[in-house]
Ligand binder design. Structure first.
Ligand code: ADP
Ligand code: MG
Ligand code: MG
Length: 881
């Protein structure tokens, strides 16, 4: 039969699923010969039985008794033995670290009868009473369900009464009195006495640790960390060692390197005369680890030795909890430690340099999310106070600016050179100019995939969204949080990495990593580490990385950041601004001649745009998408126009015609309306004009010695017929330009795959397409039937909270659904045309987890915003290992 209990000597690091991380690593340390108080571990399997049946497995009691007997034999005394009680700690610990989320009970086995024995054996009355009150406090709250706050309050009252500044100033008799208070409290709150049978204490503590798996805190944490709900926790039962035995004792935590910066050398905190839980609870101020060297050089040097052993063994940064009992050092916990992004890159590079891991493994130790964080300026953490509000950390970085409450004001102030933070209830496409002008965007509603978040990430702007405590008063031009009022123009600091907002200007630290990408300057060790990781990623990755860029500036930046071309050049913004009138004229044209005039006027403007972009990306592919959005997006707002026409004494005839057109073109669901290829097929001359602009730009670039590589991409096709029709037109225009210029202009023609029907008929489409590019934003919308702008504000947060999906499908590609369409389209497309080039454009192209999927699905490239290019390069490298 499989045992439910393992001795430390029977376990090891590889058994974390069964023994929990804490148990498995304690066993590993014991195996390495480090000083670990002996003990045993009840498996997660036993916990799962308990959670599903409501009772411990029948054989558990016997196994526990056997292991306890062995522990007692080795200690030479028994649990709770009155003249010299053996005391135990009963500790939670799941497969994945859930720090502080579950329960631990210390000093189990102590009773009224044992206190005197413990006092005598240790020579300290104070220590014995302190241990007993700790047990009552932890057992009372964790096992018996008394509100922990009540114990805290009783303790605080006593300290105040006797005038003790801190816990250590309480005398033995003070603590004895506290024990009486605690016992009464337990009796009053539960109607039950604190159990005086040590075996019963142990049994109930184990059960309470099992049950803490389903505690509120643990459940919330798991949901956020995407840890499955059915793993259960292991329970480690271990002999107590005592850090609260006077000034030669104490507890601390240590890291083998600095977890904030990655700098080598041990780092940590120590608290004399304390048990481990005091260190984290912050009951007294700790001293830096270096101080321990002075207090107890012997224990310190042992600790340094153990840290070296651990780092050598785990080949990574480790953190430990330790306790010193009267000069003897005990190791109570270790694990591969959490670290900041900066430390992750620095440590991976250092370990590779030291020859402890190879360069591929170093690459697995860092990630795209961390790299993205390093690319943004940060606040100086030592200078932040309490935040005004917290929200979703939607787009990382830090920004300082004056609060403004609408797009126009943002643009106005930015034009004067002022830095602004755009604060909105939530944003819409109308806020775009304001978002462009702002340093940061702050909203009261919406999650990570809200309009504000998506747009801000695409632009590399700082964004905190869903800061629910904010009351945004656009009319009053102010923002209210509790009793704090922030008027327009007041300075806010927005931390998009942490999801926090501060009043006033918090000092900023520039990102050296970003400067490196922009200029090649290597200002510090973090930059060297990042550069090394990217070099390795570039060596091993199979996926190419292109950028989504619509302007020569973006194209140039993308190139500096390592893009191997443009995977998506949108042409719609080329129709905005001053050119809007020409577009209006094109839409409103009554005759072919009128329309042609408008198109003719647009042609040279488009051509100049393309020349700029093709020049910036010379020698690399530039995928130009034909006009995609619904035409009415280029026309004025209906309501505004209707009001203008209705209220004018003599309405402007142009306005009347415009209103008529706007009304004619109104769609109740524009996302599924006249857009994409459909536009090209119903607006005569539009495709021809755009293709001619591309072809003539190619000619112009070639004449000035360049190597332009334009590709033409048709959006939103559902059937191959659409593509065939557009393709004929494209080829006709290319032939004309070739003939008139005397240069052969040969642009590959391909299509976006962004409707389920296109994905399902990809084989047929491939016959007409030289490349595919998955538009995973629209493909996600149409596969799920979600209108992104609508669903995100309306119910995504509820869906995420209920666990319908762990993460928005707009953020990370939905492998089972959308991913399956991608896979089948790749297979069919390649079967029909083996040399078909396949990529993806859209937000997913820069999302770490999605990049991995695109690698697995066999795509040729991902395309993402210029700022995400290094992230995609890194992740493509990691995916290839
Ligand atoms: P968490 O997972 O919340 O860190 P732990 O199981 O590590 O919980 O226990 C909490 C505290 O109790 C730790 O700080 C540790 O130092 C202390 N502790 C645990 N076991 C023992 C022991 N055998 N002797 C002394 N202190 C212990
Ligand atoms: Mg711990
Ligand atoms: Mg699309």
């Amino acid at each position: 039969m499989v045992p439910y209990v393992y001795d430390f000597t029977e376990g090891g690091r590889s058994m974390a699923a069964l023994l929990g991380g804490k148990g498995a690593n304690l066993a590993e340390m014991a195996r390495l010969g480090l000083p670990v108080p002996p003990g045993f571990i009840v498996t997660t399997q036993a916990c799962r039985v308990f959670l599903t049946t409501g009772a411990e497995p029948p054989s558990l009691a016997g196994e526990l008794a056997d292991h306890l007997a062995a522990l007692e034999a080795s200690a030479g005394r028994s649990l709770g033995q009155p003249d010299d009680p053996l005391l135990l700690s009963v500790r939670s610990g799941a497969r994945f670290s859930m720090p502080g989320m579950m329960e631990t009970v210390l000093d189990v086995g102590l009773t009224d009868a044992g206190v005197a024995g413990l006092a005598k054996a240790s020579g300290s009355d104070r220590f014995a009473w302190d241990s007993y009150r700790r047990l009552l406090q932890m057992f009372g709250s964790t096992v018996m369900g008394v509100d922990a706050e009540l114990f805290e309050r009783a303790l605080a009252r006593l300290k105040e009464f006797v005038g003790a500044p801190d816990d250590v100033s309480l005398s033995a008799s003070d603590l004895a009195e506290l024990v009486d208070t605690y016992k009464a409290l337990i009796r009053d709150e539960t109607g039950e006495e604190f159990p005086q049978d040590p075996a019963e204490q142990l049994r109930r503590a184990v059960r309470a640790v099992f049950a803490s798996w389903n505690g509120e805190r643990a459940r919330v944490y798991r949901r956020r960390a995407h840890i499955p709900d059915d793993l259960g926790t292991a329970v480690t039962v271990q002999r107590m060692v005592f850090g609260n035995l006077g000034s030669a004792s104490g507890s601390g935590v240590a890291f083998t390197r600095d977890p904030a910066t990655g700098r080598p050398g041990a780092y940590g905190d120590y608290l004399p005369d304390a048990q481990g839980e005091d260190v984290v609870a912050g009951v007294r101020n700790t001293v830096p680890l270096a101080e321990l060297e002075r207090l107890d050089p012997n224990a310190y040097s042992h600790l340094m030795g153990h840290l070296r052993v651990l780092e050598q063994h785990y080949r990574d940064l480790c953190d430990v909890e330790f306790t010193i009992e009267r000069g003897t050092l005990w190791m109570l916990q270790t694990r591969v430690g959490q670290r900041t992004a900066e430390a992750a890159f620095t440590i991976a590079a250092a370990l590779a340099d030291e020859g402890r891991i190879d360069v591929d493994e170093a690459l697995t130790r860092v990630g795209g999310d961390g790299l993205a964080r390093l690319m943004f300026p940060r606040f100086d953490a030592s200078a932040t106070g309490d935040p005004l509000a917290r929200g979703v950390p939607a787009s990382p970085g830090a920004a300082v600016g004056a609060a403004v409450f609408d797009s126009a004001e943002a643009a106005r102030r930015a034009a004067r050179g002022e830095k602004v933070v755009l604060v909105r209830e939530e944003t819409t496409p109308d806020d775009l100019p304001g978002m462009v002008a702002a340093q940061a965007v702050l909203t009261a509603r919406g999650g990570k995939t809200s309009h504000a978040a998506v747009v801000a990430r695409g632009m590399g702007k700082v964004c905190v969204c869903g800061a629910e405590r904010l009351a945004v008063d656009v009319r009053g031009r102010r923002l209210v949080v509790g009793d704090t009022v922030v008027e327009e123009g007041a300075v806010l600091s927005v931390d998009g990495s942490e999801g926090a907002v501060y009043v006033g200007a918090v000092p900023l630290m520039d990102s050296t990593v970003m400067r490196y990408f922009e200029t090649g300057e290597r200002a510090d060790g973090v930059v060297d580490a990042v550069a090394g990781a990217l070099d390795q990623a570039d060596r091993v990755r199979r996926l190419e990385v292109r950028a989504n860029a619509d302007t020569p500036e973006d194209a140039a930046r993308a190139r500096r950041f390592g893009a191997q071309g443009i995977g998506l050049c949108r042409t719609e913004h080329m129709f905005l601004g001053d050119r809007r009138q020409l577009v209006e004229a094109m839409i409103l044209a009554h005759t072919d001649a009128e329309r042609e005039r408008a198109l003719d006027a647009l042609l040279p403007l488009q051509r100049a745009d393309f020349v700029g972009i093709l020049t910036a990306m010379d020698g690399l592919p530039v995928t130009i998408r034909l006009l995609d959005p619904p035409l009415h997006e280029f026309l004025p707002d209906h309501t505004e126009l209707a009001v203008r026409v209705a209220t004018a004494a003599r309405p402007d005839p142009h306005d009347v015609a415009l209103l008529d057109a706007v009304e004619r073109m109104h769609e109740s669901n524009p996302m599924l309306g006249l857009r994409g290829v459909r536009l090209g097929l119903v607006v005569p001359g539009l495709v021809a004009m755009q293709v001619r602009a591309v072809a003539e730009a190619v000619v112009e670039c070639r004449r000035s010695g360049g190597h332009p590589r334009a590709e033409i991409m048709v959006p939103l096709i559902a059937t191959v017929e659409e593509l065939r029709l557009v393709r004929e037109e494209v080829e006709r225009v290319l032939a004309e330009v070739s003939a008139s210029s005397g240069l052969t202009v040969d642009c590959p023609v391909g299509t976006m795959i962004e409707l389920p029907r296109a994905a399902l008929t990809a084989g047929g489409i491939a016959a007409e397409a030289e490349f595919f590019s998955f538009g995973t934003n629209d493909l996600t919308q149409t596969t799920w039937g979600f209108s992104r702008d609508d669903v995100e504000a309306a119910f995504f947060s509820a869906y995420l909270a209920k666990g319908v999906f762990p993460v928005s499908p707009f953020e990370t590609i939905d492998r089972q659904g959308v991913g399956r369409l991608v896979e089948s389209a790749v297979a069919e497309g390649r079967a029909a045309r083996p040399d078909l080039t396949i990529g993806v454009c859209g937000e997913h192209g820069g999302n770490p987890e999605s990049v991995r999927f695109f690698h697995d699905a066999g795509l040729d490239y991902v395309s993402c915003s210029p700022f995400r290019v290094p992230v995609a390069r890194l992740e493509a490298g990691r995916a290839a290992i």
